[in-house]
Each structure stands twice: as structure tokens, then as C-alpha cells.
Write a protein that binds this ligand. Structure first.
Ligand code: SAH
Length: 255
């Protein structure tokens, strides 16, 4: 039977992919791979599977969304099973919803295999829970990418006092921080940015909102990164402070 899957590959670390995802990858005839997917996950593909990169990083030209769906349909109509592999979770800022709609419109059922989204895994990788009873009653996943009419209402988001987890926010970080401060968010609100989370090259910056954009620039962080703004980030700040004071305490000079 011909099958179609929309699969989340998780945030980077291969071990954070689900068993269901590895099983589906092992069945697919064709695998269409997005940006941000760790190529190591392809170890679960069949040796004879055909692998197509459709992401825009790594020197590959980006394939327009319609082109991706057209390719999937072509393979499916030819009787080949197709796995569409996306970073994180396929339904969180991954355009998975659009691809599902397009496949449904063509009369094709697609199985969704959830993945661990970067917005949860990246903060967790440096000890930040996205909710915590002392800090936040909820969490908002938001894109920092939009500009103009699609710009999120940062003032309204600030007013919720919930954890803000911002995807695709690095290029516009200055504007976002400025908008949150202008909306009355406190300058001492804890913040973190985590680049390439759960991968060997993971790096991060921790700071207060007032100095955050400078701290991120100083650390030289870029995409892909998750930005976390809110009291929960104090857990990582406190840990960093404790680590640096225990460094001092254990150094012979400090005695
Ligand atoms: N579907 C994906 C998100 C795709 S949008 C998911 O659920 O995770 C792409 C954005 O995700 C990036 O710009 C970045 O903000 C974030 N991202 C993805 N992988 C990441 C990683 N390993 N570390 C930090 N951020 C990541």
C-alpha cells in the first residue's frame, strides 16, 4: 500500500527522534528532507531509499512549497511511499499543516508523526523548563519572523506574563526586545538564546532583557536559535551564577 508520512525529526540529537519516526523512515521509498534535519537520522532509511534535499541551507537551492507537494504527489501516484522529514515537530512552524491540506485536497491521507519541537528541547538543553509554577502559568510559541502586518502583537504577548518562546527570532532580535521593553516588560526579565540546541555545536547566551540583544551579539549567536523570555530563564541564570561562584570558590586564589 502506498503511504505518506509527515515526520518530525526532533531538534537535532538523533536520539530525540521517536521510534515511530525511525520505523516509518525504514519503510519509505522516497524521503524529502528539510533544512535543520540532522542528516544522521537518515541512518534509519532503507539503503535503496531515494533521498531528496528540499531545504535552503547547505548550498542546496530551496524548493518552493508547491514544488515539494508536487514532488510528493508524483511519487505517490507512481506507487512509491513518501516520507516528508522536517526538523522538530512537523506541525510547529514547519508548514506541515499546509502540506497536509494540499495532500488531502489531492485525496491522499497522510500520517503525522510528531517530533520534539525546538521550542521545548532547546530551553531544556540548558535547564530551562518552559513552565514552572513559580514563574509562568503557560507558554507562548511565537515566530519572530513576521514583519509589517504579520508582526505579532508584542505588547499583548508581554501582558500575558507567560513564557515567550520565539522561533526564527534572531534576525529581528533588536526590534523584538525593543517592542517588549516599549510594552512595559521589565528590563530585568531573564532571557536566553540557544543556538543549534541538542547538537554538538550547541551554544547559548543568558542575560536580562535590557542587555539581551548586546549579549547575543557579543556571543556571536545566529540561526537556528530559540529565544526564551520570562522568569523560567532565571533557572539557567541561577545555575550559571552558581557555577561561576563555585569556580571562584574552588580556585586556590579565592581561599
Ligand atoms: N518545526 C520546527 C521549527 C521550524 S522553524 C520545530 O518544531 O522545532 C525553524 C526555527 O526553529 C529556527 O529558526 C529556530 O528558531 C528553531 N530551531 C529548529 N531547530 C533548532 C535547534 N536545534 N536549536 C535551536 N533552534 C532551533
Amino acid at each position: 500500500m502506498t503511504r505518506a508520512w509527515l515526520i518530525g525529526a526532533g531538534p537535532g540529537d538523533v536520539e530525540l527522534m521517536t521510534l515511530k519516526a525511525t520505523r516509518a523512515l525504514g519503510q519509505a521509498d522516497v524521503i524529502l528532507v528539510d533544512d535543520l534535519v540532522n542528516p544522521d537520522v537518515l541512518q534509519f532509511a532503507r539503503a535503496d531509499a531515494s533521498i531528496v534535499y528540499v531545504g535552503k541551507r547547505g548550498g542546496h537551492p530551496s524548493t518552493p512549497q508547491e514544488g515539494i507537494v508536487a514532488q510528493m504527489l508524483e511519487h505517490l501516484h507512481a506507487g512509491r511511499s513518501v516520507a516528508r522529514l522536517k526538523g522538530g515537530d512537523p506541525f510547529v512552524f514547519g508548514r506541515g499543516g499546509e502540506e497536509q491540506q494540499a495532500l488531502h485536497a489531492a485525496g491522499i491521507e497522510v500520517e503525522i508523526i510528531s517530533g520534539i519541537t525546538a521550542g521545548i528541547a532547546a530551553p531544556a538543553a540548558i535547564g530551562i523548563p518552559v513552565t514552572h509554577r513559580d514563574h509562568a502559568q503557560g507558554v507562548i510559541f511565537v515566530t519572530g519572523h513576521g514583519a509589517g502586518s504579520s508582526e505579532p502583537d508584542w505588547g499583548a504577548l508581554a501582558a500575558t506574563h507567560m513564557t515567550l518562546v520565539i522561533y526564527m527570532g534572531m534576525r529581528r532580535l533588536n526590534d523584538i526586545v525593543g517592542a517588549l521593553l516599549a510594552a512595559g516588560m521589565r528590563a530585568d526579565t531573564p532571557c536566553a538564546a540557544i543556538e543549534s540546541a541538542t547538537r554538538p555545536e550547541q551554544r547559548h547566551a543568558l542575560s536580562r532583557l535590557g542587555e539581551f540583544a548586546d549579549a547575543v551579539a557579543r556571543a556571536g549567536l545566529g540561526s537556528p536559535a530559540i529565544v526564551v523570555i520570562g522568569g523560567v530563564a532565571s533557572l539557567a541564570l541561577a545555575r550559571a551564577a552558581a557555577a561561576s561562584s563555585s569556580d571562584t570558590a574552588s580556585s586556590p586564589d579565592a581561599k
